[in-house]
Ligand binder design. Sequence first.
Ligand code: DAH
Length: 339
Amino acid sequence: MLDKIKNYIDEVNAFKSTEKDKLEEFRIKFLGKKGVLNDLFEEFKKASSEQKKEMGQALNNLKNLANERIATAREEMEAALEQKAEKSDLTRPAMTLPMGSRHPISQVRRQVVDIFSRIGFTIADGPEIEDDWHNFTALNLPEYHPARDMQDTFFIQTNPDILLRTQTSSVQARHMEQNQPPIRVISPGRVFRNEAISYRAHCMFHQIEGLYIDKNVSFADLKQTLLYFTKEMFGKSKIRLRPSYFPFTEPSAEVDVYWGLETEADYRITKGTGWLEIMGCGMVDPNVLRNVGIDPDVYTGYAFGMGIERMAMLLYQIKDLRLYFENDVRFLNQFQEVL
Ligand code: DAH
């Protein structure tokens, strides 16, 4: 037994740790209820009286030693912790947390809305589930009008009068029904078309519609507003208007912006022409004004419509429409806003 105690004394002397768990383990091993010391005291009880004297001393030694060792180890541990705290540099900038960012579509939408709100346009909203009247008929697209084929539509099966709007132009019709000129609104929103999904077409996308109705609004006003927009949006100050056709405007035009031919990318996205189509526009057709109860002999106005995905594609050189809707963070991460 004396040998055993001697071994334990060596073990206690050798113990060194500043870890809380190890120290606790050590304490339990020696001083715990079922620990070494209690066991040894049990043995001690059974020893003969001449053995007891020597053993008692050795045991007490071990006990005191273990207590001392634990006390000093505790002190060492606290000192080590203090030292560690002193080492941390409190002036260091905090660890950066990954921050979410706005979706590129939202960023572009906000930009466009911002640009137009600076010249007095306010936002008008409308429903995504529309009726035939607001999406088509009121906009000079009666039931058998061939131009309806320009937009493949999702109809509600049980009620062919209800559909998912194919264009934000529907908000024009609604807004004009409820408000008298002067009207100056833009309507950003989601639209839906029955198209096969590919890199260049999707069954859902976003548009922004613009509408301005007042007395004496002319095509020159439209042109100037569009020029202001392209300058603010793209930093480009040359546009051209190509004659086109939309049922709800007369005359109608498609707007091209001169992008330039400075880089290889310019060549690629403008197909070597330097020009890029960015939206459709025109003077609101008198039939449309009549349909919504505005007198076309008193009022005139212009309208325009653009695709937000397309704007974002141009601004960020995105080549595949599908990326917008997949929510892949590797894609979204690239559109951190500079705040
Ligand atoms: N609604 C048209 C489309 O979806 C875009 C458009 C063209 C809107 C001309 C207009 C406009 O207001 O004047 O293709």
